[in-house]
Design a protein around this ligand. Structure first.
Ligand SMILES: Nc1ncnc2c1ncn2[C@@H]1O[C@H](COP(=O)(O)OP(=O)(O)OP(=O)(O)O)[C@@H](O)[C@H]1O
Length: 286
């Protein structure tokens, strides 16, 4: 398997918060969703990958290179979209491009012109006059024009209206489509990942508590509903969490196959959304 990012035992502490033994591997040509509640450690992990902050421990290899020793070479091959955008606000899109292009030996002006048109960006507007969605698209155009192999995006869809969000999601889908480019994106908007993610990493309080192929995770879990009377005494072993009421129970199982053997047919099993999974795990660890 061709790995474009490998994180081994990454640790970083800020006072009471600790990122603990984060391990992550990204396979070329895939899109990985990095999810978790506020303050879980997503941005800290991403900033460690980008060598913006110094980890206390661990090793990060990006595109086969050490993240600290090969910082500049790695940056030239990354597409980065962070919340605190790194553009000169008073420049127009065209002027900003003219400033950035010479920094990349691989810059492709035809690609730039193609994507500027495709994403319908107004080149003569100033950066400060762009909407949030336009900024995201502009950052992606620049990354695509210098031939980035790995796209690292922190909350790219937050604050965007549903139409612009779905447009951006289509763009990200296209980016990985040919199998040569890889995307890691952190997000709170899990419905976006339901549509496009190949892999998921779920971080909670500085620790990865669930990871794997999205389809496998969804297949292994189920939202289960039924009459409380059918629950066996050891039912808790099968559930990540369960809510009971006078109408019956609803819970998330992390072992659908085993539960189906012990609970009767009239119990209902539904495919969980990523949001369901995130909520049940967050409540369990709270
Ligand atoms: N420079 C810093 N100094 C001190 N504490 C920090 C610093 N940066 C982050 N933290 C703390 O580290 C923890 C993790 O923050 P981080 O930004 O990585 O979380 P996150 O998962 O990206 O959250 P969100 O979804 O809200 O963006 C938080 O408790 C935060 O307050």
């Amino acid at each position: 398997m061709d790995m474009v990012l490998e994180i081994c035992n990454l640790c970083k502490s800020y006072g009471e918060f600790s990122l603990r033994d984060i391990n992550m591997s990204l396979e070329k040509g895939t899109l990985t969703g990095f999810i978790g509640p506020n303050g879980a450690g997503k941005t800290t992990t991403i900033k460690s990958i980008l060598n913006i902050i110094k980890p206390d421990d661990g090793k990060i290899t990006v595109l086969g290179m050490d993240s600290i020793n090969s910082d500049l070479e790695i940056k030239s091959k990354l597409g980065i979209v962070l919340d605190d955008g790194h553009f000169y606000e008073d420049l127009t899109l065209r002027k900003m491009k003219n400033l950035i292009a010479p920094m990349y030996p691989t810059w492709d002006d035809n690609a730039y012109n193609f994507y500027i048109k495709k994403f319908e960006l107004p080149e003569s507007k100033k950066i400060k006059d762009l909407s949030r969605g336009m900024r995201m698209k502009y950052a992606l155009v620049l990354s695509l024009s210098h031939g980035a192999d790995l796209f690292i995006l922190d909350e790219p869809t937050s604050g965007l209206d549903p139409l612009v969000r779905s447009e951006l999601i289509e763009i990200l889908k296209d980016i990985v489509f040919e199998g040569n480019r890889t995307v890691l994106m952190s997000t709170h908007i899990t419905s976006d990942l339901d549509k496009i993610a190949d892999y998921l990493y779920f971080i909670y309080d500085g620790k990865i508590i669930l990871k794997g192929q999205k389809d496998e995770i969804k297949d292994q879990h189920a939202i289960v509903k039924g009459d409380t009377a059918v629950l066996l005494p050891d039912y808790k072993n099968y559930f990540v969490g369960i809510n009971k009421s006078s109408y019956g129970f609803e819970g998330l199982t992390d072992n659908k196959a085993a539960l189906k053997n012990v609970l009767p047919d009239k119990t209902v099993y539904e495919v969980p959304s990523i949001e369901d999974i995130l909520l049940y795990y967050t409540r369990r660890f709270k």
